[in-house]
Design a protein around this ligand. Structure first.
Ligand code: FEO
Length: 411
């Protein structure tokens, strides 16, 4: 059941005359979050071309009123205003903290200040973080363990520990009677637009990008979490970023593939070039791979959104990296991208490295040093002085064909 209200607010303090939408996603269960349309960077690292949302949910039981997660610091007033359309925020009995990162827990100090009866519900690890990050009094924290339940009157909250998705304290909250899984970052996407998954045409593209940026380093923990929730009667998945999934099969199937590390006959190709010599090598490699039937996604690192690249790393079987030598090492943009690849642990099986240098090499050695330990096979590398010669170009074609065979054989 979907009901969308716009109710004028003649509320308190700074909230005068505001209008707030309230989304009821099930009987007594409301979205009371915030759309951050203008945010363009997360963690001082991740570009947000479509903004993001901080989804918070209000659950009204016969006996207790519960807020599941809060919002980013700076949006306390908007959260307050939206909750006020349903209840006075001072009536909240429990605030569930599925995750301690400030984009979801940042309004906890405000809410606990204006409401001195509210208790914080979180994991034991979350309890420590709540004290460290938000100075929450230990006496106001209720710790819950895996599968523990709290009845709030006609509704039951079940807590499911989901560590390292993507912090140690993370958990999900499952509302049993309504079949709603509040999964915090898991199943999320950085999108301000859309309340529900079917309202966003390319939702899976954004979800894949989000998976690559946030969850991909923790694939095995993601697999364990999917196993834990597989027998729940989930009707709706309500994450803390992006649209709510009311077509849960689509996102669950995508996540199954991502946690397994399923890859396609596809290569991500990233490069930086100073005098177009490395670029000409990369273009030949890309054309050869395409001629051999491999899909490619090409990123010039000087102009690319690193989030787009990460999205393609999620299902690429190989990567080709092109970088010139600068001051005895690889170009800094290629160093940055390679470091990111190593940190995010995409399921790449093969790598190819290409480089041109002016008077002394070093880029390939540098990149190999960064990428060692990733578990991917470096199929080959070619480092040339200045513009590639005809012989160099033939070598690139041969090596690219070898890479293509490996990619196509690696189903
Ligand atoms: Fe969206 Fe890990 O916070």
């Amino acid at each position: 059941m979907l009901r969308l209200y716009s109710i004028s607010n003649y509320g308190i303090m700074v909230f005068k005359m505001e209008w707030r939408n309230i989304l009821e996603i099930s009987d007594g269960v409301y979205w009371v979050g915030v759309k951050d349309w203008d945010r363009r960077l997360f963690d001082s690292l991740i570009p947000l071309p479509k903004g993001t949302s901080y989804n918070a949910y209000l659950v009204i039981g016969d006996n207790w009123k519960v807020l599941v997660d809060t919002v980013n610091p700076g949006f306390e007033a908007e959260l307050h205003s939206r909750i006020s359309r349903i209840i006075d925020p001072e009536e909240i009995d429990y605030i569930v903290m599925n995750h301690a990162e400030p984009d979801h827990a940042g309004a906890i100090p405000y809410l606990m200040r204006i409401n001195d009866k509210a208790k914080l519900v979180t994991t034991p690890r979350g309890a420590k973080m709540a004290q460290t990050y938000y100075s929450v009094d230990e006496k106001r924290i209720v710790t819950v363990t895996d599968q523990e339940r709290i009845s709030i009157g006609g509704k039951t909250l079940r807590f499911i520990e989901a560590p390292m998705l993507h912090w140690p304290e993370t958990m999900f909250t499952y509302l049993e009677e309504d079949g709603i899984l509040f999964s915090c970052d898991f199943f999320g996407s950085h999108l301000a637009a859309g309340f529900f998954d079917d309202e966003v045409e390319d939702l899976l593209v954004h979800a894949q990008r989000y998976w690559g940026e946030i969850m991909m380093p923790f694939r095995s923990m993601g697999g364990k979490a999917l196993e834990k929730i597989k027998d729940l009667n989930i009707r709706v998945i309500a994450p803390s970023h992006g649209p709510i999934h009311r077509n849960i099969r689509r996102i669950l199937d995508a996540y199954q593939g991502w946690v397994r590390g399923d890859t396609k006959s596809k290569a991500s190709i990233i490069y930086v070039s100073m005098w177009r010599h490395t670029e000409s090598m990369i273009q030949l490699a890309a054309e050869t791979l395409m001629a051999e039937g491999v899909n490619v996604a090409i990123y010039n690192l000087t102009v690319s959104d690193i989030g787009d690249l990460v999205k393609d790393l999620v299902d690429s079987r190989a990567i080709v990296i092109g970088a010139p030598t600068v001051l005895g090492g690889a170009h800094p943009l290629a160093v940055y991208a390679s470091y990111l690849i190593k940190a995010l642990r995409p399921p790449l099986r093969y790598m190819l490295l290409l480089s041109s240098y002016g008077w002394g090499g070093g880029a390939i050695r540098h990149l190999r040093g960064i990428l060692e330990g990733t578990g991917s096979e470096i199929v080959g590398s070619i480092e040339v002085n200045g513009p590639p010669s005809a012989d160099d170009m033939n070598r690139i074609i041969e090596l690219s064909r070898t890479l293509a065979q490996k990619i196509k054989g690696g189903e």
